[in-house]
Design a binder for this molecule. Structure first.
Ligand code: HSE
Length: 434
């Protein structure tokens, strides 16, 4: 056993002891001697702050004090570093600010808090000369925020694209690999503990949107908040959509896409997209996450791994803990560079190519009329296929793939179709990742 003197002990106050907090307790115990060997420090959780003490189950020989007085914990002189794993904006925000104002570095995994109030936390940390670190807030175990803050600080990053929600990626993978419909895949995701009983946050893209806001702020050096992100969910995707996409050489993925445009504006959105099967993101399956970056000098980079779960997320928290402790002992901190609020490009002004499946009358002039809706909106058709609708030879199913165009023009084509006597339905509509 390595000898550690008193000053080498880093005393930790942990807020929250759910899945990630409990995994962190175990991980720190498991890694204790190795951390002493590599850092010269012993990391000791001295206090855990929770709402309900009876819900905390610690090892039988644990010396950790459990308290409901979280306000006292964050100011406790015996605590060097605070780790916030309670989630949600309040009371987490108040507690994190209080800890920073008490001169304690804070580690948080709280994407909701950072995507709403990150700027306030970063400024408060800097004003107090301490770190606020948050690797676990986006894409779990995947080291993506530290590379953005350090290795790629000088890089001109153009796009950040992520599959950053394991629940939706699991559902879409089950639909595509196992032929399940949406309801079956969601139910399986809930049984496995990926999706919550109310899955809205994952399914409608709010979880991915918060992660995208955090990544975009660091990638582009302009502050993006959750309310800047537009969302579309996956609950309307059908097995047929997956099959149409497959036949054309695509998979459907729920993407978080942050882009910097030539005019300096930043666009961030979460939406289901067709991804070419040859694109590296197409191979990210099940509950795995990945983030794909495009930089001017670095070119393409991809980071892949577990985006959720107790131990993977605790692994990212532990990395931040070691970093914060080393900085604390050196008397330094690394400010979060996040710049002025971003000028946000409206989703209607973003461009991509589009995929439409349109059911329409099978009679002379219909194809020409529908093609006219595209040309009216200045959208060029790249490919088109038509087949009779099964069981109804008065109807045809038309699949259109377009060249790149503005979102608002694609939206106008949908409206023209909906108003048309020829069209019975716009069955599917997706953007295609370029
Ligand atoms: N619910 C998220 C997911 C993990 O499914 O990826 C936490 O952000």
């Amino acid at each position: 056993m390595n000898a550690v003197n008193h000053s080498d002990v880093i005393k930790i106050g942990l807020l929250g002891c759910g899945t990630v907090g409990r995994s962190l307790v175990d991980l720190l115990a498991e890694r204790e001697s190795e951390l002493i060997r590599t850092t010269g420090m012993r990391f000791q959780i001295v206090m855990i702050g929770v709402r309900t003490i009876s819900r905390v189950t610690l090892p039988a020989d644990s010396q950790i004090e459990v308290t409901t007085d979280t306000a006292a914990l964050v100011k406790n002189d015996n605590i060097d570093i605070v780790i916030e794993l309670i989630g949600g904006v309040e009371p987490a925000r108040d507690l994190v600010l209080a800890a920073l104002n008490a001169g304690k570095p804070v580690i948080t995994a709280n994407k909701e808090l950072l995507a709403k109030s990150g700027s306030e936390l970063y400024q408060t940390a800097s004003a107090n000369g301490v770190d606020v670190l948050f690797e676990a807030s986006a894409a779990g175990a995947i080291p993506i925020l530290r590379p953005l803050r350090e290795s790629l600080l000088g890089e001109d990053i153009k796009r950040v694209m992520g599959i950053v929600n394991g629940t939706t990626n699991y559902i879409l993978t089950q639909m595509s690999d196992e032929g399940q419909n949406y309801a079956e895949a969601l139910s399986q995701a809930q049984q496995l503990g990926y999706a919550e009983s109310d899955p809205t946050n994952d399914i409608e893209g709010y979880d991915a949107g918060a992660k995208a806001a955090i990544m975009a702020s660091l990638a582009f050096g302009n502050y993006v908040v959750a309310s800047d992100v537009t969302h579309e969910g996956i609950s309307n995707i059908t097995k047929e959509d997956i099959t149409f996409a497959d036949e054309l050489g695509y998979v459907i993925k729920m993407l978080a896409l942050a882009e910097k445009f030539a005019d300096g504006e930043i666009g961030v959105r979460v939406f289901p997209a067709l991804v070419d099967k040859k694109h590296p993101l197409a191979s990210v399956r099940g509950s795995y996450n990945a983030v794909f970056l495009e930089g001017e000098a670095s070119s393409e980079l991809m980071f892949y791994g577990r985006g959720a779960g107790g131990l993977p997320t605790a692994s990212a928290v532990l990395g931040d803990l070691v970093d914060a402790a080393l900085n604390l002992r050196r008397g330094m901190h690394r400010p979060v560079i996040h710049g002025e609020p971003a000028s946000i490009k409206p989703a209607s002004q973003m461009r991509s190519s589009f995929f439409f499946v349109i059911d329409a009358k099978n009679s002379p002039g219909v194809l020409s009329a529908i093609a006219g809706y595209f040309s009216d909106q200045n959208i060029s058709i790249k490919a088109m296929e038509q087949e009779p609708l099964a069981g109804d030879d008065t109807q045809a199913r038309m699949v259109f793939l377009t060249e790149e165009a503005l979102d608002e023009n694609a939206d106008a084509v949908i409206k023209l179709c909906e108003a048309s006597d020829y069209v019975s339905q716009v069955k599917s509509f997706f953007r295609v990742l370029r």
